[in-house]
Structures are given as C-alpha cells and as structure tokens.
Design a protein around this ligand. Structure first.
Ligand code: HEC
Length: 145
C-alpha cells in the first residue's frame, strides 16, 4: 500500500518537472556578459519598458500579470521582468512566441496587444523594439562563440 503512494508521488513529480521544462523553465537563453546585460537593461528601461507599461490593464504588463493563460508572466518589476524575458527567450528574433513577432504580426489571433485591446504599436515603436532585439542578439552571439 505504501509503495503505491511513493509511486504516485514519483509520477506526480515527474509530470510536474516535465511541465516545468515545457514552460521554458528548464532552458536559459541568457548568454550575455554581466557588462552587456547591464548596458542592455539600461536601454530596455529607457526605450522599451515605457511602451510595455503604458495603457494600464490594457498594456503588455497590465494584462500579462499572471492571471491570463500565457507563458509570458510579467511582475511589473522592470529589472526582474527584463531578466526573465532574456532568460526565457522572449527577445529571440523570428521566434513565434517572441515579443517582436507578436507585436508585428498581421494575424489577428497572434497580434499583440490583441485587436481592440489597448493601442497598437506604431511603426516607429516597432522599430525601437526591433533595433533593441538586433543589438541584443549581437551581444548574445559574442558570448556564445
Ligand atoms: C488584454 C490582454 C493582453 C494585452 C494587452 C497583451 N497581451 Fe500578450 N497575450 C495575451 C494572451 C491572452 C495571450 C495568450 C494567447 C495567445 O497566445 O495569443 C498572449 C500571448 C502573448 C505572447 C506569447 C507568449 C505565449 O503565451 O506563448 C507574447 C510574446 C505576448 N502576448 C506579448 C505581448 C506584448 C509585448 C504586449 C504589449 C504590446 C501584449 N502581449 C499585450 C493577452 C494580452
């Protein structure tokens, strides 16, 4: 009888770890040097974060508050959210689940913010994020080699 409970416990543990790995928790996409991360965080705070918090509940940070079903869970703490997004790969160029891809998408089901919710980003704002992603990727490559 007892061994059955142990087996059930092990299975539950295995299932949880698997789910965690799928959610991106097992992978780390942060290949920045500490110096580069500090530089990019400063830039993120100035150029990208203000665009993400505006609009309150209809903004990226306001809606992605952990209460909706999305892999992107933002706390509202700039530093913490920046590190999480780098680590979990939300700035990877051309990735279907990345911020840039979702904001630039022309597919109504993919577009962020969702059509009718909050203000869509202007071309100029998308360019700001695009330039940020490109420069971040250059710094990432540097360390990977
Ligand atoms: C009103 C709510 C709302 C707003 C505002 C919103 N999102 Fe989302 N977002 C969602 C929901 C719900 C999903 C999950 C469903 C889906 O994949 O479309 C999602 C999915 C995503 C994903 C894919 C991550 C995943 O779940 O796989 C990214 C990236 C994303 N949003 C980024 C943004 C960014 C950047 C903004 C601001 C420009 C934003 N979202 C604004 C509701 C919102």
């Amino acid at each position: 009888m007892k061994s059955r409970w142990i087996l059930a416990g092990l299975l539950t543990f295995a299932a949880c770890s698997f789910g965690f790995a799928l959610a991106g928790g097992g992978l780390n996409f942060d290949f920045l040097t500490d110096a580069d991360r500090a530089v990019m965080q400063k830039r993120f705070a100035k150029e990208v974060w203000p665009l993400m918090v505006r609009g309150g509940k209809e903004g990226c940070v306001g809606c992605h508050n952990g209460k909706i079903v999305s892999a992107l869970k933002l706390s509202g703490n700039m530093e913490k959210d920046f590190r999480m997004m780098i680590k979990d790969g939300f700035f990877i160029p051309n990735d279907a689940g990345s911020l840039l891809t979702r904001i630039q998408s022309t597919n109504r089901k993919q577009k962020m913010p969702p059509p009718g919710r909050g203000d869509p980003w202007t071309k100029a704002e998308m360019k700001v994020l695009h330039a940020f992603v490109v420069d971040l990727e250059k710094k990432q490559q540097k360390k990977r080699k």
